[in-house]
Design a protein around this ligand. Structure first.
Ligand SMILES: NC(=O)c1ccc[n+]([C@@H]2O[C@H](COP(=O)([O-])OP(=O)(O)OC[C@H]3O[C@@H](n4cnc5c(N)ncnc54)[C@H](O)[C@@H]3O)[C@@H](O)[C@H]2O)c1
Length: 251
């Protein structure tokens, strides 16, 4: 129960990694503020029900992480209902495959708005209360793509490199106020995004065979590292980005 009685706000919590984090962090003792796009409301409500199975609170609230005033309103409402937000997990993300030489401007902007600006807006919205308490933890979900770039994912990889950089700089700016900022860099995780990315079984087998552990990831594989960064377990760790990839990449 490393997160006992903490309140964790998670973006993109209706499915995939975000849903696994909501359930896993509740099992570690946290109450959860589950947020996602309005159109994902039904799925979000089902994840919240699973959170409550752990005996923890599961509050749902629609958000678009690219909308500053909405983000601020969500943080205010969640804080009023739950008391405070101890941990923010910036998980919401998009990936639309395209070569860079065929990429349209709208797709570039969407990726930077959700994957990069979304982190800035959500983090800045929770910071005032964390600064007032001189305590808080931010966990950003970046990607291995941000480490090395991947063909067809240049725009996405650039946003994830931005997430890694924001993690380092926020950590430097906030460490003296008791606020920790770290990131996870998942490898290939079999969510909707991961499945869209690797549609053919032969491609999945190939990439599984490339990892040291000889398998692709499941959303639940992200829970332990997230609990580590969200809790006192990582009391002397900030500004870091941890690969969670089964041994696919080593830098
Ligand atoms: N699946 C992988 O292989 C993989 C690998 C590395 C990193 N990641 C990252 O992990 C995170 C979760 O990805 P996933 O695989 O669970 O993907 P997913 O597509 O299953 O889930 C993404 C979630 O983000 C939400 N979202 C999208 N735009 C949003 C917006 N504007 N505001 C609020 N929510 C929004 C979606 O509704 C969805 O619930 C993402 O940041 C992704 O880039 C995934």
């Amino acid at each position: 129960m490393y997160l006992k009685d903490k309140t964790v706000m998670i973006t993109g919590a209706s499915r995939g990694i975000g849903a696994a984090l909501a359930k896993g962090m509740a099992a570690a003792g946290a109450d959860i503020v589950l947020t996602d796009l309005e159109r994902e409301g039904d799925a979000l409500a089902k994840v919240a029900e699973q959170v409550r199975v752990s005996g923890r609170e599961g509050m749902t609230i629609p958000i678009d992480v690219t909308d500053k005033s909405r983000v601020e309103a969500v943080v205010a409402e969640a804080t009023e209902q739950m008391g405070q937000i101890d941990v923010l997990v910036n998980n919401a993300g998009v990936l639309v495959l395209s070569r860079l030489d065929e990429l349209d401007e709208k797709t570039w902007d969407l990726h930077f708005d959700v994957n990069a600006k979304g982190i800035l807006l959500c983090t800045n919205a929770v910071l005032p209360q964390m600064k007032a308490r001189q305590a808080g933890r931010i966990v950003n979900i970046a990607s291995l793509a941000g480490r090395q770039g991947i063909a067809q994912q240049g725009h996405y990889a650039a946003t994830k490199a931005t997430a890694i950089t924001l993690t380092r700089v926020f950590a430097q700016e906030l460490g003296d106020q008791g606020i920790y900022v770290n990131a996870l860099c998942p490898g290939i995780i079999m969510t909707e995004m991961g499945q869209n990315n690797l549609q053919k079984q032969e491609d999945r087998d190939y990439w599984a065979g490339t990892t040291a552990l000889r398998r692709l990831g499941e959303p639940e594989d992200i829970v332990g590292p997230a609990v580590f960064f969200a809790s006192e377990l990582s009391g002397f760790v900030t500004g870091q980005s941890l690969n969670v990839c089964g041994g696919l990449y080593f830098h």
